[in-house]
Design a protein around this ligand. Structure first.
Ligand code: DX5
Ligand code: ZN
Length: 228
């Protein structure tokens, strides 16, 4: 189980220290929420920050693009050093998603597609076999600190089922309201990567929170596998 702390909730005045904490705590990825104020109401980070993060840490940068024109913007983030780029299916016009995935792969990065809470898993069917990862949003994208939407675990199970039908095996990432209480719900259904904003950075001991969420997810996954 991978934990990807989302720097949206980090202390941005102390980002260097936050990165060191993530590295020492054993976080596997750094999740970077790029928001454009159009696709989602909020406005956050852009290319300069991704470039500086890439120079400052060896941790892979998991760039989550919440922008209305991903095809246009994704080359910038690939060039800036993203390890993986996630594009929302809702932001893509007909035929754009496969082109986006190809562009990400051509740059040597990992390609992921995200679905918002109201978007059916079936929208991923045409591209699932091309994807390295699927991101199931467990809150409406835009803000950290929201409550986990309970139907998200079922969506994770649907992605697992659809992938199995197609003989595909993308990683499954879940983003929004994930902490020690909710990690087991999605981990038991097959989630591989957990994005954590508030659960890590609002904790008294963020490093301990990273370990605790990882352990609760791993535990749930192990029991789900032994009960099969
Ligand atoms: C929400 C972002 C998330 C956010 C998660 O649109 O995509 O990555 O930072 O924050 P928490 O874990 O606090 O819900
Ligand atoms: Zn995110």
């Amino acid at each position: 189980m991978k934990i990807a702390p989302s720097i949206l909730s980090a202390n941005l005045m102390e980002l260097g220290r936050e990165l060191a904490m993530m590295e020492e705590a054993g976080a596997q990825w750094v999740h970077v929420d790029v928001m454009d104020g159009h696709f989602v109401p909020n406005l956050t980070f852009g290319v300069p920050l991704v470039r500086q993060l890439a120079a400052a840490t060896a941790l892979p940068l998991d760039v989550h693009l919440m922008v209305g024109n991903p095809l246009e913007q994704l080359p910038w983030y690939l060039e800036a050093g993203a390890y993986s780029v996630t594009v929302h299916v809702e932001a893509c016009a007909e035929g754009e998603l496969p082109r986006a995935i190809e562009a990400i792969h051509e740059a040597g990065a990992k390609a992921a597609a995200a679905i918002k809470p109201a978007t059916p898993v079936g929208t991923l069917a045409p591209v699932l076999s091309m994807l390295d990862m699927v991101l199931v949003m467990s809150v409406e994208p835009g803000f950290s600190g929201q409550s986990y939407i309970p139907s998200s675990a079922v969506k994770v199970a649907h992605v697992v089922e659809l992938a199995r039908e197609q003989g595909a095996s993308p990683l499954i990432e879940v983003d929004g309201g994930i902490g020690v209480e909710t990690a087991p719900l999605v981990a038991a259904q097959g989630a591989d990567v957990l994005v954590c904003g508030n659960a890590v950075f609002a904790a008294m001991d963020p490093a301990q929170a990273i370990a605790a969420v990882g352990a609760s997810g791993d535990g749930a996954r192990r029991s789900a596998m032994t009960s099969l």
